[in-house]
Write a protein that binds this ligand. Sequence first.
Ligand code: NDP
Ligand code: 2IT
Length: 444
Amino acid sequence: MKASEVIANLEKRFPNEPEYIQAVSVVLNSIEEEYNKHPEFEKANLIERLCIPERIYQFRVTWQDDNHVIHTNMGYRIQHSNAIGPYKGGLRFHPSVNLSILKFLAFEQTFKNSLTTLPMGGAKGGSDFDPAGKSDPEIMRFCQQFMSELYQYIGADVDVPAGDIGVGGREIGYLYGMYKKVTHAYTGVLTGKGLSFGGSLIRPEATGYGNIYFLQEMLATKGIDIEGKTIVVSGSGNVAQYTIQKAMRLGAKVVTCSDHNGYVYDPEGFTEEKLAYLMELKNVRHGRVKEYAEHFGLKYVAGARPWGEKCDIALPSATQNEINEEEAKTLVKNGCIAVSEGANMPSTPGAIKVFQESGLLYAPGKASNAGGVSVSGLEMAQNSVRYSWSAEEVDNKLHDIMRQIHASCVKYGKNPDGSINYVKGANVAGFMKVAEAMMAQGVV
Ligand code: NDP
Ligand code: 2IT
């Protein structure tokens, strides 16, 4: 396999899908060497079969707003690979959602889920519906209409969606209610459910906590502690909130958060009180971080991202391509020692190159943000046995999984000089398990 040829071929076939091509390119370039040690992979054309999703569903979602105006949105589910388990991955509701973005996310999810050690294939779905400014009844009607189509394609042993940008506990509740109504079945078909109807403790916290656990593993390779470190976080949603919480509780100083309008800088760092305010503002009132800055009298920078603020550690937790090459150079210049991705593909290829050449500790999202889907996998396990584990038990399992993911990255990504290429390590480790399963299952 020549990665450049496979990528050129995919570019020709899917010319309007830049994010998908970007995600595939990073993976292919880093697994090329390992792949070519296995002539049997090439004979089975594994690489193309792994790049192209097994199935894509697209449907129209029609819903009525509070003023009786009728809207149509697109709905999607990309079932990328079920080589190692049922399709699994989140749903994203955001106006930017299109096939390219969901294909990149489903592709990434396949490798991420493979790394978790749990039996889950890769998928992603969602809609270009914009939840911003919608009333609660509007959100409910949209979720119901979306599920009235999606239900046909999913199932507890088939495909298990969860949340992502714009889809949190509230949306999962509405989606679950409709699934149950149309199928008459009470199954673990979604994860991220409320605790009263089959959800798992620690699922809301899992992605953020998992990223911090992964970061600690990376820092430990250099004998560094998170305590006392200054951290820049982007985003202010689910992942950002619990990243801030865990970092703060471990003694780090988190000086920023953001949304798509701008960022807040707080030289004193987050406290429990400030974080509680941010959570209420974002999760209950659906407000903007500008209001957070005003409430606490903090610096607010409109129309900018936080990467220019001096820090030891950067934890991008908002969205894809939110750190470009220039911003990466600024982080390095300011003395940043680690970047651990909470979001999916937040660093552009140019930024990744800067990070890797600088020698800082850089973890790609498919390794460092895998805690969320890992606890989703634990939720599926609990649903299967109709039982629930304590918060401590789930948190311990999450911690253990993040340690194992780190160990897999080290196994496949250790350079001769002892440094670790986490991109290569995560991609090769994720790939090898899926490849082995595909080889065993024949040409399907
Ligand atoms: P939320 O919807 O809870 O929060 C998203 C945050 O990112 C908001 O602060 C939002 O700001 C900001 N954001 C979204 N889109 C953009 C954009 N185009 N430009 C700037 N800011 C933006 O989502 P999550 O916290 O769940 O997800 C954040 C990231 O983490 C995503 O990349 C997601 O794929 C990834 N992830 C999520 C997991 C999970 O379990 N939830 C698991 C693994 C990864 P605003 O309110 O202004 O839109
Ligand atoms: O990107 C991700 O891993 C998620 N949004 C979580 C997926 C899941 O199934 O929990």
